[in-house]
Design a protein around this ligand. Structure first.
Ligand code: SF4
Ligand code: SF4
Length: 465
């Protein structure tokens, strides 16, 4: 028995003879069809509330039965094609697939370690969530060795099959030698353990050079993420250097040079708020003129307040939703690549058991936004090789354990965004409700941009194939 996948979206697209896109958000695959095929599919789904027409699954009385009726109403040739694209599916197999995705969210088989090995930075961004830190802190060889030894024990104890290393700061390239020592040390470790290593670098881009990229590439660099907060006039005001000068031109020049080396992806991150959401189109024109359009993806993230008791007073969640949606529509309009849905970390690190941030003192955290609050630490790489602090039944750990339960309600609601969202940002839950485990659902944002997002992703894939 086949039924329509619960992750099916039907989107009206313009400018082609077949003017409907059937898209599966679980597999990121789709197909263009005419209205004779679109009609029975729209009948099984519910019209979404976004400003562009789209239909999606919504759990209610009779919804499962409607999904099942679709397969019978379509011609055999179409049924075969939709089955190939996992738009028509065996319901039992799809449920197993969802269970496995949720399990991967909660207990990934990879250790994801983001190391903020230096607190130094050459910039003075007004909105930095790390402001007030002791900028003299950085890892020395001792701490590098202890961190790598801690990771080895963690990987062995938990039977993990891969390592993702994130080089982070402060500004990681302000103390590049430490980053290189980590990259080389983890390369040796993963070679010894015969597991794959992926390295990502989050940098302000000022010190980015092809020499550094080449060295990191040989250790396993797969992704570089650089922040540009708008066109030069806006970026330079928001992200000045410590001496007060602008930084845009130097970063752009470094990015352009970096294209001489291949083998890794580049994300241009934009911290989205009222100012940047209005100017992102102009930034994209600058990137286009610099011939970077085909080489970068645009990552949209909300500006979040530093973790503190009164942080929630400084966070405007409704405004953020509006700014992110506006920014996303501009990315689509300018035809830049971007992750399917904007937001924080994809699936939240807090609910993923094997994700940690190591701060400049060697303390372990679940979310980088909490790094300045010692009380939010869940252990330290210096506490011998023990990982007991991470599984102890303290209040904090209980709270984080409860946080993962948010996925139960997402599954219970049969949310069609589940594979892309993974339950929302836990820090935003805490900002809204003072509880890391409270629901924080970005569904409203997703509904607003789903039609654009899925049509854009399909279009880019088709053009670049
Ligand atoms: S709480 Fe939010 S910012 Fe922190 S790891 Fe999760 S998604 Fe990222
Ligand atoms: S948090 Fe909301 S949008 Fe995200 S998976 Fe859960 S129900 Fe869906």
């Amino acid at each position: 028995m086949l039924r329509l996948s619960r992750f099916t979206f039907l989107v009206a697209v313009n400018g082609v003879s077949e003017n409907w896109l059937i898209y599966n958000a679980l597999t990121d695959m789709g197909v263009l069809v005419d209205s004779s095929i679109a009609r029975p599919i729209s009948g099984a789904l519910k019209r979404g509330p976004g400003r562009k027409p789209f239909w999606r699954y919504e759990k209610n009385t009779g919804s499962e039965a409607r999904l099942q009726r679709v397969a019978d109403s379509l011609p055999a040739a179409i049924t075969a094609e939709l089955r190939r694209l996992a738009i028509l599916v065996d319901p039992i197999k799809e449920e197993l697939c969802i269970d496995s995705i949720v399990q991967d969210f909660l207990q990934p088989s990879c250790l994801k370690l983001t190391i903020a090995y230096t607190a130094r930075c050459q910039m003075a961004c007004g909105y930095c969530f790390q402001s007030g830190r002791d900028k003299s802190r950085h890892h020395d060889q001792n701490l590098i060795d202890e961190t790598i030894a801690w990771a080895e024990t963690y990987i062995r104890d938990h039977g993990l099959h891969a390592l993702h290393l994130g080089l982070f700061g402060g500004e990681p390239l302000a103390d590049y030698r430490i980053g290189l020592a980590y990259a080389r040390g983890f390369k040796q470790l993963t070679d010894r353990l015969s597991i794959p290593l992926e390295i990502s670098l989050t940098t302000n881009g000022l010190n980015l050079s092809n020499e550094i990229l080449t060295q990191l590439r040989s250790c396993g660099l797969t992704y570089v993420r650089v922040t540009l907060d708008g066109p030069p006039s806006i970026h330079d005001l928001r992200r000045p250097t410590n001496s007060g000068g602008g930084s845009f031109d130097r970063i752009l020049a470094n990015l352009k040079k970096s294209r001489q080396i291949d083998g890794f992806g580049i994300g241009v991150a934009v911290n989205v708020d009222e100012t940047t959401s209005r100017s992102i189109g102009t930034l994209l024109e600058v990137l286009h003129e610099a011939e970077l359009k085909e080489d970068v993806e645009i990552i949209l993230e909300p500006v979040m307040p530093q973790f503190s008791k009164d942080a929630s007073e400084r966070y405007d969640s409704a405004g953020q939703l509006r700014y992110l949606a506006d920014a996303f529509h501009q990315v689509v309009e300018k035809q830049f690549a971007s992750p399917l849905l904007p937001g924080m970390c994809g699936s939240c690190n807090v609910i993923q058991k094997n994700c940690f941030v190591v701060d400049w003192n060697g303390d372990l955290f679940r979310c980088s936004f909490t790094m300045l609050e010692k009380g939010m630490s869940c252990g330290s790489v210096c506490d011998g090789f023990g990982v007991s602090a991470l599984t102890a039944a303290g209040n904090l750990q209980n709270n984080f354990d409860r946080a993962s339960e948010v996925l139960n309600s997402c599954q219970e609601r049969q949310c069609p965004y589940l594979s892309l969202c993974g339950g929302g940002c836990r820090f935003q839950s805490w900002l809204a409700d003072g509880d890391w485990a409270a629901p924080s659902c970005p569904e409203k944002l997703f509904n607003e941009i789903a039609a654009d997002a899925f049509a854009h992703s399909f279009d880019l894939k088709t053009r670049r194939r």
